[in-house]
Design a protein around this ligand. Sequence first.
Ligand code: SF4
Length: 269
Amino acid sequence: MELALPRDYARKVWRAVIEFELLEDGDRVMVGFSGGKDSSFLLYALKMLQERSPFRFELGAVHVDLGFEKPSDVPLLEGFCRQLDVPLIVEKTQIADIALHRRRENPCSSCAYFRRAVVNQTAAAQGYNKVAYAHHHDDAVETFLMSQLYSGRIQTFLPKSYLNKTNVTVIRPLVYLREAEIKEFIETLSYVPMPSPCPVQGKTHRHKVKDLIGSLTMENPFVYTNLAAAMREDAVGELWPPAANREEMREKHRRIMRPAAGDDGRHSE
Ligand code: SF4
């Protein structure tokens, strides 16, 4: 397959690779490959980088079949990987059962947690030192707002992070790509991404937040870019101090409410 990305998209992937030091000579990179548009784009983009990069790295892919009623279209995924000359491992799991039936209140967080664990463990077991995920810029901004709305924390995922448990480094080379760009590019390929077999797809917290950002951005075009700017460490302005615990409150109470005069209860003049 002749690989080519629009110049601007390739520049964004290279920018992430260089700015966050995602790849180096001798890396073995396993791509978490769901078969959807984002991970298909990632596999394609990394293959292109591999061919044009001044340093050498190996590529592999792992697909986690989550165990939904409709199984993954493995021949489709194998065909795409064969075209790119990337070896594919398929791991069959029952994650859907755990996420949809036993953790109904928040299926996506347990689903994503277990799926990542399978990908990371597979990579480590196969001797890969890096795992690449297809999270893009919209994912980062949505996660940033979701964390505040649903977890009370100011955070999002990092472009690169080391995992002690499995001794692999997670990289996210698409963090500068917008979702619409990925979608537009994938539509130019002959490969049609695998539709998600998940019944809660499109009804998640992420979709609510995506719609919210979308509608606010229609009113004010700077909403999305402002949120993106706020993800940077140097964007933190004034924040309240951490909530005082019971002991600290008692101590403050003693210090602030105690009469200044001392033990006799009279104020000094
Ligand atoms: S939408 Fe479905 S497949 Fe995706 S994370 Fe949520 S439960 Fe898992």
